[in-house]
Structure formats: structure tokens, C-alpha cells
Design a protein around this ligand. Sequence first.
Ligand SMILES: Nc1nc2c(ncn2[C@@H]2O[C@H](COP(=O)(O)OP(=O)(O)OP(=O)(O)O)[C@@H](O)[C@H]2O)c(=O)[nH]1
Ligand SMILES: [Mg+2]
Length: 200
Amino acid sequence: MRATLTLESTIYTPRQMQLPDAPQLALAGRSNVGKSSLINALAGRRTLAKTSSTPGKTRSINLYRVTPGDFYLADLPGYGYARASHADRDAWARLIHAYLTDNPHLRALVVLLDSRLAPQQLDMDLVAYAQEHHIPLLPVLTKVDKTSLKERAQVARRWADILGTPEPPLAVSSRTGLGIAHLWRSIERFVLATIDESAP
Ligand SMILES: Nc1nc2c(ncn2[C@@H]2O[C@H](COP(=O)(O)OP(=O)(O)OP(=O)(O)O)[C@@H](O)[C@H]2O)c(=O)[nH]1
Ligand SMILES: [Mg+2]
């Protein structure tokens, strides 16, 4: 898909939460897992979303408008970085909770999972949270340029077990572009499913 992404709003607090009246998918995952890099890879641009090798780069919900298609991708701040204070963690939880619940336009949570790591408790907590709130999941294994096929397959199998899905998470690399076209197709499926549901 040839898409243009435009940063439309930046939300730091639940009070700033003015969401567009259009379908949205949100990218969530641990800090440093590669959410902002994935936004750039999807956009085919290097510097649209700010990335950093230091965890905790994205501190706001950044909403990107996708055209054509007229839907939104939200880059969420990452969780679980060691230097975050309790206050930071509370603020993160409140912001994400406010966004994820009470958002009738949220079509799916794209959960980013590091292909180099065994499933982490915080990631499993996020998955459980989404399942409790009936938010559809689109699981993605990131940074697969850093892992062998064998390592990746092992992590993917463990995640398929945890998620209770026959399909393993989608493998992507923002560095090489592997899996990006496939991810676009999956994203489009979630957006189009809405249109079908709302058809008379
Ligand atoms: N090798 C490799 N490195 C990647 C890939 N994606 C991201 N990175 C690197 O991982 C680091 C973190 O990337 P970000 O995209 O900033 O991560 P984030 O999830 O947005 O992090 P927060 O904003 O802190 O939540 C950066 O140094 C990126 O260059 C990838 O596909 N392959
Ligand atoms: Mg980020």
C-alpha cells in the first residue's frame, strides 16, 4: 500500500484526549521494542517519528493520519523501562487506559514483541488487558533482522501458545523492510472490517 502518514495530534494527558471520528489502530509495546521505527517503516520515511536507542523516547500518544484510507495509527509511549519513576508508570497507565477504553474507533492493538526475547511478563500483562477489554490483537515480532529463523520460530511458537492463536505473530524488521507490506495488508483488513460491519 502506498500510504502517506501525517502527524495530526500529540496527547500527553487524558484531558487532552480529543480523538478523531475515524478508525484507529494503536501500536503498543515495551519501550525500545521499535514502535516509532515501525511507524517510519510503514510511512517509508526515516524521520517522521522520533526514535532513540535510549528507552523512553516517546512520551505522548502520537496520532498519525493515514491517507488514502482515512484512518489513524497511534504510536503509544512504551512501558517497562528501568529508569521510569513510579509517577511515570502511573501516568503511562492512566494515559493508555484512557485511550484504549472508551474509544469506539479502536479497531486493533498492534502489540509489538521483541523477537530476541522470551515472552516478558509486562507484554503478557498487556495482552491479557487487551483480551479482557475485547480489543482485537495484531501481534508483531520486531527486529527480526537481529534473530535467526530458528530463534524467531521458537519465540513465535511461545507467543502463539500464549495468545491462543494458530497463527504466529507477524515477523517484521523496520531496518530491512521485511514483513512491512504484509503488516499493511493486515492493518487494512482491520480497517475494512469496520466498514463492512457498519454497512446497511
Ligand atoms: N536492528 C533493528 N533495530 C531496530 C529495529 N526497529 C527499531 N530498532 C532500534 O531500536 C531502538 C528503539 O527504537 P524505537 O522505534 O525508538 O522504539 P520505541 O518502541 O518507539 O521506544 P519508546 O519510544 O521508548 O517506547 C532504536 O535504536 C532503533 O534504531 C529493527 O527492525 N531492527
Ligand atoms: Mg517511540
